[in-house]
Unconditional design. Structure first.
Length: 134
């Protein structure tokens, strides 16, 4: 199922969206993160994924929306999250748990995208102002 690529404008920043026919929009976390650090948006996303509350939110979202979600692997991430040595990339999260709420592709047209529910959670973490306006 191919999606249509669209662009949103948020306070002068372009944010890519892939809109699917089933109305499941996936919003670019990479573009949102560029507002915080244009040189290293992947680092911003990885820092967000380190948080226990983020892992708990993603686990709940996947449990509600993904019948193939691997709970044993999720529990391992949840137990490790928040510690100083815990590091998690979107790719590792997806491959280990079978997650569908986040997609990640390397390369020129790549980036990390997330279902709109997850993208709004990420944007709220980036900017409290976003949370107040949504």
């Amino acid at each position: 199922m191919a999606g249509t690529k669209l662009k949103l404008n948020a306070k002068g920043h372009e944010i890519s969206v892939i809109a699917y026919e089933d109305q499941q929009d996936y919003i670019s976390l990479t573009d949102i993160a560029k507002q915080k650090n244009p040189n290293a948006p992947a680092d911003i996303i990885k820092n967000w994924l380190r948080s226990r509350s983020t892992i708990e939110y993603l686990g709940l979202w996947e449990s509600l929306n993904n019948s193939d979600f691997k709970l044993v692997e999720f529990d391992q991430f949840k137990n490790e999250s928040g510690s100083n040595s815990f590091v998690l990339s979107p790719k590792k999260w997806i491959e280990s748990t079978g997650a569908i709420g986040i997609t990640s592709r390397a390369g020129r047209n790549g980036g990390t995208y997330a279902h709109r529910d997850i993208a709004f959670e990420f944007a709220s973490w980036i900017s409290p102002e976003f949370k107040m306006r949504s």
